[in-house]
Design a protein around this ligand. Sequence first.
Ligand code: UDP
Ligand code: MG
Length: 140
Amino acid sequence: MTERTLSIIKPDAVARGLIGEILRKFESAGLKIVAAKLASLSREQAQAFYEVHRERPFYSSLTEYMSSGPILVSVLEGGDAISKNREIMGATDPAKAAPGTIRQQWGQDVEKNAVHGSDGPETAAREITFFFRPNEIHSR
Ligand code: UDP
Ligand code: MG
């Protein structure tokens, strides 16, 4: 089934010049980039985006990190885009991520793990709306 998912290249990966290599992985896997932009999150915006994790011990550090510098947000479209993107990303903890995944190659630790990807259809819809207006998404 054709789906859309939200991807974020996180501040540490943008700072290290990894945008091109990470987008290449998505395109190589057949996912289409149908929307993309650089963004900078305020602390409040990062807190709202990660609202679901508010009670977790890492929430404060995570939202500080996610608001520490520019991010590259994109919408990926394709067959099973949500799970396909999660596969390409690898496990949350780079130390446990499979060989060849983004997080195994470029994640620094369980927090600074290079990328975000939506984890299900409802989250994807919410997260895409968080960053993009409908007329900023270009299916092709
Ligand atoms: N995170 C963290 N410590 C943890 C678990 C998660 O700092 O023990 C951060 C990490 O950046 C992760 C994000 O919080 O990507 C969201 O966590 P989630 O469990 O949703 O992992 P993901 O869906 O990103 O794999
Ligand atoms: Mg998640």
